[in-house]
Design a protein around this ligand. Sequence first.
Ligand SMILES: NC(=O)c1ccc[n+]([C@@H]2O[C@H](COP(=O)([O-])OP(=O)(O)OC[C@H]3O[C@@H](n4cnc5c(N)ncnc54)[C@H](OP(=O)(O)O)[C@@H]3O)[C@@H](O)[C@H]2O)c1
Length: 317
Amino acid sequence: MKYRNLGNSGLKVSEIALGAWLTYGSSEGAETTHQCIEAAVANGINYIDLADIYARGEAECLVGDAIQKLGLRRQDLVLASKVYWPMSGNVNDRGLSRKHIMESVEGSLRRIGTDYLDLYFCHRYDPQTPVEEVVRAMDDLVHQGKILYWGTSTWSAAQLEAVVGSARLVNAYRPQVEQPRYNMLDRHIEPAIMPTAVQQGMGLVVFSPLAQGLLTGKYNDDIPEDSRAAKSSWLDRDLTEENITKVRRLTALAAELDITVAQLALAWVLRRPEISAAITGASKVRHVLSNIKAAEVELSPGVLAKIEEILVNDPRY
Ligand SMILES: NC(=O)c1ccc[n+]([C@@H]2O[C@H](COP(=O)([O-])OP(=O)(O)OC[C@H]3O[C@@H](n4cnc5c(N)ncnc54)[C@H](OP(=O)(O)O)[C@@H]3O)[C@@H](O)[C@H]2O)c1
């Protein structure tokens, strides 16, 4: 495993991270959670990505339990959680108000069974809360030692500029990281969010680097029974003929290089120095073990050009 600094902070995160959305506490129970966390940490993954909303707290509970049972040292882990999405019907149990941030962090710490989070993300932008209120609440949590760094997730370039500017104005700890979606089939962050994050000294930890499994090639011929697309509607928008055609061509290219298309897709994400980590998901231990190997893959300029040609040129025309 290789490690990168989180933006311009001193924190080192593993290039491949492991997240719990739709898996631990959702499709997978305690045993698989335990095995995946064990395999991940044994192979150098230090960054584990959680959120209060993942399985409504159950992901934090199962991963926390696995960490405790495996006897992992807290300092060997970079534990992240998030706040924003409604955790109940209560009007204040949502968003980024000071009240919700302060109360939510306590819930996440309790469920994970830790005294502090390394990273705490604002899971979305909250148009109903002044950004100064968010900055002050997060700054206070850093001073209280409950979080070490904080960040944003799927905020726009203008929102990133505004929040860093606000933190600077009051000399508060500023967000150190943005968490957007980024993969071969979704490059929306390249024009504005990526350069803005770098300019503001923020790292990028990107989610769904395998387009939720589409970039593993598992959907090249049909929808396997035990896959996310068979079990949920989360992939519906991305499972287009155009995308599958691209993945088939990428699969052939990966075979020429003697790697899996998932490894090709992860190495492609990590080709950008702006990116601190690719946050993968895994419903099986073998996914973890195979995806981790992407950190060893270097893509030559020739291969990157071939990928570009596949991604940009629609072979139907
Ligand atoms: N901030 C946000 O708003 C946000 C949003 C989404 C995700 N995230 C974070 O990002 C993490 C990863 O997201 P993601 O799960 O969409 O990532 P992903 O890595 O693109 O997709 C993961 C899924 O692909 C399949 N897969 C992975 N490796 C495979 C392999 N080698 N072979 C075959 N199938 C494989 C598995 O699904 P199946 O086996 O079930 O098919 C796995 O659960 C989440 O856990 C979460 O921490 C954050």
